[in-house]
Design a protein around this ligand. Structure first.
Ligand code: GLC
Length: 750
């Protein structure tokens, strides 16, 4: 009897996880909180109200901070993680200020506080919401133990150009995958109820379109059409707004000439009026004042007016609201009622978090690096690794392998293995691949370790001869390469995304030995390895895998674990192809499969002899590896794709089922993906759109029928008149292992 796995499609996503993110409070609880908020607001002076809208980075116990707290001039403090200082500052707020309003302490806990999980893009490669939820929960338990009750995660920016340093912080290029994983992270961070002391308020950021920065240059200009904004960039934010995320953060960028910090269409019309979202909206760091750099406002006072009018509730580390709003109210340039609306949302969050009843951290036993935390971090690192090539099945290493050469700048890089956005992870706790291989497998194989290069950008080749000698004396060569942590993340975009330093040269030297060569890359983005790929037998991409990346990789290398990760972003052949993404439009002249490439164009070729279609003469039309691609140590076969009907009626749904069989000799997990294509639309539609996925684990020879429910609502889209529409017509549907392959069928939307 085949087991049937059922899953729901995106339109049901929120319905199925609607209150997934810690039912902030029940409706009764909300009414009670609303009453408390109104009662408190009615007692507040204008100064005290404006104080709540002011967020500053921690200055410890300095007098300028404590005096501001005493006068009720600070609503939130960023980056204080000493619980003693947190409680000392909180005591001043609660016991020495006039109204005793507690401070909300916040910190960026993007993929772990002390126990560091794989970078978010790596977690996305797991396509496993549970992995992401676990990461959020562990982060919240550890961060809340020092007093952090608000963090600025998940980052939900869709990224289609991996030159952008912050691609690493999100969940990739697809709106649906990002929506599902964003909801999961919030569920982990916020837990079942925000008033739980281990609950941390999450923050949907960066609202919105930040990842569309021109050229992948951080903070840069974004030009986004209405249909792209609605169909690509907004969906993850809508999903988390409906699933209960506690707060939002506006983004630095402008869209079509309007900086988001001053864009009322986004912050009020869409977020408040259309989505009915009533959580706190915080600026990004300094983003209110930076509207002057954008050339959108002339001074701080105008910045404060424009931001408040747009709907920004709290001014992060910019000191624009605090010094200007009172005078602006007096001058009638802003209304006190606007300030009241912002302060309501701030106070409501503090009540929801239970800060009035339990403002202090007190003495708590340390939860850092708890065994269960490390276990979950290792599981995440295992599921985040993507096997992209495995010629001759070099991995997992065979019993016959008695010696391995461990080479490369990332083999023992305790700091860099954690990746970007790690403020509090302690590198001494990082278990590197070298350490793990020695500890777990040192009795099985002889390990010949030569770094070859001391860090990813190292150009010094003095260790090459030693590294090559180690390779020659070993049965298999494991090269751990990639990027240092600093080469991705905020403000860290790259125009050249190949292996930095002399890594390419070292790989070439190692390849000359003729030994089986395994390339393992730790990085914050897909690395251009177009030229290196033919030189290696196996390519395992692990992003920056975090504290437990070493044990995870060691188990994958020796087969104790089986790779199951799939690409959450398209992997380009070369940087010149970017931006590159699977859900692209077809264009009027789509390239065919057979293309005249630069090396085989005849001399004096006629102007139109190559045909006139959309591709690169030197890179073709395809990526190196497509979105959704990833190999295993076993193989899977898809068969028997069935639809319950060939027609979907508006408001209706159909069932999609497909059998997946493990046709190999090892147990493995396969991420079954469902894509559709709307063949004709009143605006052009993508050639593929991910609408569902399901990760299934299968024993050798085992088959399961995976069943999806595809609703008509999941086929809705926006046109350029900002109308959400559903257009009857013909669709193609695929179920398969990636965005580039799968069983195909069709249906009609009536
Ligand atoms: C940064 C980032 C944002 C972060 C905030 C606080 O500039 O853009 O993601 O949460 O400031 O550190």
């Amino acid at each position: 009897m085949k087991q049937v796995i059922r899953t729901v499609i995106v339109a049901m996503l929120v319905a199925s996880v609607g209150t997934a993110c810690g039912d902030k409070t029940s409706s009764r609880g909300n009414d009670e909180i609303d009453r408390k908020v109104e009662a408190l607001l009615s007692k507040m002076t204008l100064d005290e109200k404006i104080g709540q809208m002011n967020q500053i980075t921690s200055g410890g116990m300095q007098i300028y901070v404590t005096n501001q707290i005493k006068s009720g001039g600070i609503g939130s403090i960023l980056n204080e993680i000493d619980p003693l200082v947190v409680d000392s500052l909180q005591r001043i707020a609660v016991e020495e200020s006039r109204l005793g309003i507690p401070i909300l302490f916040s910190r960026d806990v993007i993929h772990g506080f002390k126990t560091i999980f794989p970078v978010p893009l790596g977690q996305a490669a797991s396509w496993n919401p549970q992995v992401v939820e676990n990461g959020g929960r562990v982060a919240a338990i550890e961060a809340s133990s020092v007093g952090v009750r608000w963090t600025f995660a998940p980052m939900l920016d869709i990224a289609r150009d991996v030159r952008w340093g912050r691609s690493v912080e999100g969940f990739g290029e697809d709106p649906y995958l990002t929506s599902v994983l964003g909801v999961a992270m919030i569920k982990g961070l916020q837990g079942e109820n925000l008033s739980d002391p281990t609950a941390v308020a999450a923050c949907a950021k960066h609202f919105v379109g930040y990842g569309a920065a021109e050229g992948g240059r951080d903070y840069n200009t974004a030009m986004i059409s209405t249909e792209q904004l609605r169909n690509i960039y907004l969906p993850p934010f809508k999903a988390v707004a409906e699933a209960g995320v506690a707060t939002f953060m506006i983004s630095f960028n402008e869209i079509n000439g309007i900086p988001n910090s001053g864009n009322g269409y986004l912050a009020t019309e869409i977020l408040r009026k259309q989505w009915k979202y009533d959580g706190l909206l915080v600026s990004d760091w300094n983003s209110v004042g930076e509207m002057q750099n954008h050339g959108f406002v002339k001074d701080d006072a105008e910045a404060a007016i424009v931001a408040l009018n747009a709907g920004i509730d709290m001014d992060m580390e910019n000191h624009v609201y605090a010094p200007n709003l009172k005078q602006l109210v007096k001058e009638g340039k802003v209304k006190e009622s606007q300030i009241d609306d912002a302060v309501r949302r701030i106070l409501k969050l503090k009540f929801q978090l239970g800060l009035f009843e339990n403002p202090y951290v007190g003495k708590r036993e340390s939860v850092f690096y708890a065994e269960d935390h490390l276990k979950k971090a290792k599981e995440a690192a295992i599921e985040s690794a993507i096997l992209l090539k495995n010629e001759n099945d070099v991995l997992p290493l065979k019993e016959s392998v008695k010696s391995i050469a461990v080479i490369g700048p990332m083999a023992d890089a305790q700091h860099d293995q954690m990746g970007t956005w790690v403020f509090d992870g302690d590198k001494t706790h990082t278990v590197t691949p070298l350490a793990a291989l020695r500890a777990e497998y040192g009795d099985k194989v002889k390990i010949n370790y030569v770094p070859g290069l001391n860090y990813s950008r190292d150009l010094d080749k003095k260790q090459f001869a030693q590294a090559v000698a180690a390779a020659r004396s070993s049965d298999v060569v494991l090269f751990f390469g990639g990027e240092e942590a600093i080469m991705s993340g905020e403000a860290h975009s790259r125009a050249d995304i190949s292996l930095p330093g002399a890594q390419k040269e070292l790989i070439a030297e190692l390849a000359k030995t003729g030994k089986p060569l395994v390339l393992i890359v730790m990085a914050g983005r897909p690395i251009e390895i177009y030229k290196e790929l033919p030189l290696v037998n196996t390519y395992l991409f692990s992003f920056h895998p975090g504290t437990m990346g070493g044990p995870a990789l060691a188990d994958l290398i020796f087969g104790k674990a089986v790779p199951s990760g799939k690409l959450p972003v398209t992997y380009p052949k070369m940087v010149g192809q970017l931006p590159l993404y699977y859900n692209h439009k077809n264009t009027g002249r789509p390239a065919q499969d057979e293309l005249p490439m630069i090396d085989n164009i005849p001399l004096e070729a006629g102007q139109v002899s190559l045909g006139c279609t959309s591709y690169y003469l030197d890179a073709g039309k395809d990526p190196l590896f497509p979105f959704g691609f990833g190999l295993s140590y076993t193989t899977f076969a898809y068969s028997d794709l069935q639809l319950s009907a060939q027609e979907i009626k508006t408001g209706g749904s159909i069932k999609v089922s497909c059998s997946v069989k493990n046709t190999g000799a090892r147990e493995g997990a396969e991420i079954v993906q469902l894509y559709i294509r709307d063949l004709v639309g009143s605006v052009t539609r993508p050639v593929r759109e991910l609408k569902a996925f399901e990760k299934v684990t299968l024993k050798p020879g085992e088959a399961k029928t995976v069943e999806f429910t595809l609703t008509a609502d999941a086929l809705k889209f926006y046109n350029n008149k900002d109308e959400e529409i559903l257009e009857p017509g013909d669709y193609t549907l695929w179920v398969g292992p990636s965005s580039a392959e799968g069983l195909e069928t069709s249906f009609v939307l009536k």
